[in-house]
Design a protein around this ligand. Structure first.
Ligand SMILES: [Zn+2]
Length: 376
């Protein structure tokens, strides 16, 4: 089963890539693909202007129509408030356009990710006239969670795929979902805060499991559940909820992927030069002074050549020469990024065991017990 994710122009490549990485972390019968050259530009489409003039009008609309943004609810806004929105029809027309342009088969999913709010203000939904189309609203997550929005968005991709197979038609879908959230994948989630509850359980209730059984094969259901579970696990670390956990093993596998095998196999995604720098520091538990990095130039050439496709040898050497130059800030930038990637993946406390740290001008080192480290 193939699921195509389409990025709308305003969604960052970084977020989109992270969503793809999370979905592709566990191989199985659900295949996720994207075409970054085929980006959809919703900004050019017809917009609806939602203009709320007073606080009273806002509260009235909130109580009766339930179609205001989570953002409006969760932060102070001033009136009159104006926001551009797009209609569901426009979003699904974009999915169909993508289908035609990329020759997507009828039974393959096309799911549009967009930052632009929609007129009914749902977080995600399938297309009534073709339930293999869907959209997910990607903005405003920072008001609800302290980690990357990639987790709930990736989760919702799986939820839409499962929901497509639970029901025969959209009327069924609108009525058979759980209107009050019970932590099942099939909860009706209009608001983002409800998605967080779904994510905490990452579960499909018995009733919904029965609905799925004749519509989708068991290996596909298992694959969906595996991905959902790994998202839940990874999100707990990323949200700093697992900070009393002792540090776990770091495996650098034959493909030079950095995997935290005790923490749900979280992959730490670093760039080749960052990996080379990190591996160098792993080899020296006592630490290295920034000013003496240049003494390790040849060693870095060797490490790097094992990690990256060699490409242009001179270019590679130039980049390493720049990194070990004490006057350049290249190494500092790489260390900052390594720190950020670990913190985003496992939370600020647990990350301290793993990133390269040290006071300015002092020796820099990685605290991790080297017995916890394996390089294949
Ligand atoms: Zn259910």
């Amino acid at each position: 089963m193939r699921i195509h994710l389409v990025k709308s122009a305003e969604v960052s490549v970084e977020l989109f890539t992270k969503i793809m990485d999370l979905l592709q972390a566990h191989p199985g019968p659900l295949n996720f693909s994207c075409n970054l050259d085929s980006v959809s530009n919703i900004y050019l489409d017809e917009k609806i202007l939602n203009n709320i003039k007073t606080k009273e009008e806002f509260e009235k609309q909130l109580a009766t129509e339930n179609n205001l943004s989570d953002r409006l609810v969760s932060r102070k806004i001033s009136f009159p408030f104006e926001r551009e929105e797009v209609s569901w029809d426009t979003l699904f027309a974009k999915c169909n356009k993508y289908r035609r342009k990329n020759n997507i088969k009828e039974d393959e999913f096309v799911i549009m990710l967009t930052d632009i709010a929609n007129n009914k203000n749902w977080f995600a939904c399938l297309d009534e006239s073709n339930p293999f189309n869907g959209f997910i609203h990607t903005a405003d997550w920072q008001y609800f969670i302290s980690c990357s929005a990639a987790f709930p968005i990736a989760y919702e991709v799986i939820a839409l795929v499962l929901q497509k197979h639970m029901f025969d038609g959209m009327i069924d879908l609108r009525t058979a979902v759980h209107n009050s959230p019970i932590g099942c994948v099939n909860d009706l989630c209009i608001h983002k805060k409800e998605i967080i509850l779904k994510l905490r359980t990452a579960d499909v209730c018995n009733e919904c499991m029965r609905l799925l059984q004749n519509k989708i094969t068991m290996p596909k259901i298992h694959h969906a559940l595996t991905i959902m579970n790994s998202l839940r696990e990874k999100m707990l670390y990323a949200q700093n909820f697992r900070q009393s956990t002792p540090p776990g093993r770091l495996l650098i596998d034959a493909q030079k992927r950095f995997l935290l095998t005790d923490f749900g196999n979280i992959e730490i995604k670093l760039r080749p030069l960052e990996k080379a720098l990190y591996i160098l520091f792993l080899k020296y538990p006592e630490g290295i002074y920034h000013s003496s990095l240049s003494e390790h130039r040849t060693e870095l050439y060797e490490i790097y050549s094992q990690i990256a496709n060699m490409g242009d040898l001179n270019e590679m050497k130039e980049r390493i020469d720049d990194m070990v130059n004490a006057l350049s800030d290249s190494a500092s930038q790489k260390m900052s990024r390594i720190k950020r990637v670990f913190e985003e993946a496992i939370g600020t406390e647990l990350a301290k065991y793993y990133f390269i740290k040290g006071e300015p001008g002092k020796v820099k080192s990685i605290a991790l017990d080297r017995n916890l480290m394996t390089i294949e």
